[in-house]
Design a protein around this ligand. Structure first.
Ligand SMILES: [Zn+2]
Length: 235
């Protein structure tokens, strides 16, 4: 490679690396967003489950209260009848009926107590859990919005870089461009690298003294004997 070919290749390489960096970040943003959405689903589900349970208990409570009222009404009617009957046999039947309603009221009242206790426990749990869950949900929603904003910026930047690359590509000699594209596959992101403190920055190996002296003397572009990348000392 000639010295004058280096600069356009380096510029292209910089654009490509930036494009790769943004693409990696976009993939990461997608992963992070999916994770947050999953977490949000689970938190919202937890909250909904608690509230559904509370609602269902309250429905049961209402139902029980209504049944108790019905039984109480039946009991009152039975007692009214008892005050009016004359025959012993009728009175006994009504007495049985009265005792049946009293039993029912007692049984339903126990059930109601149990439900009340459950509601109390659950309400306490919700009072304790819900604000924490809601706070977490808010935080996650904010994170998600930030990621979305970041994605929008990154998309825009990527679009601009791809356009910039298209333009830059045209300024690079065609055979050199082919070489660069091919070499990129072998050397991941860096095909042309500088020597820093006598070391190839592509692979980290020391450049042999003889080669380094030649580069200083002739101001030439060489290939690293270790990794094969193009190395330059100064531009
Ligand atoms: Zn090297």
């Amino acid at each position: 490679m000639r010295k004058e070919d280096i600069r356009p290749i380096l510029e292209l390489q910089d654009i490509d690396n930036e494009i790769e960096r943004i693409k990696r970040r976009l993939r990461k943003i997608e992963e992070e967003s999916a994770q947050i959405e999953e977490e949000l689903r689970s938190l919202r589900g937890e909250l909904e489950e608690l509230r559904n349970e509370e609602e269902s208990l309250k429905r049961k409570r209402k139902e029980l209260r209504e049944r108790i009222e019905e039984e109480e009404e039946l009991l009152r009617r039975t007692e009214d009848k008892m005050s009016m009957v004359r025959k012993d046999i009728e009175y006994k039947t009504l007495l049985k009926e009265k005792s049946k309603h009293e039993d029912n009221i007692l049984k339903l009242s126990y059930e109601l107590d149990e439900i009340e206790e459950k509601i109390e426990g659950l309400t306490k749990k919700i009072e304790e859990r819900a604000p924490r869950i809601e706070k977490k949900i808010k935080e996650l929603e904010e994170e998600l919005r930030d990621l979305f904003d970041e994605k929008k910026l990154a998309d825009e930047k990527l679009k601009n870089l791809l356009e910039e690359r298209n333009v830059k590509e045209k300024s690079v000699d065609e055979s050199l461009l082919r070489f660069y594209e091919e070499a990129k596959k072998h050397y991941d992101s860096y095909v042309v690298v500088p020597i820093e403190e006598g070391v190839c920055t592509g692979c980290g190996m020391k450049v042999p003294d003889v080669l380094f002296s030649k580069m200083l003397r002739e101001d030439s572009i060489e290939r690293c004997p270790n990794c094969g990348r193009y190395i330059y000392y100064r531009l």
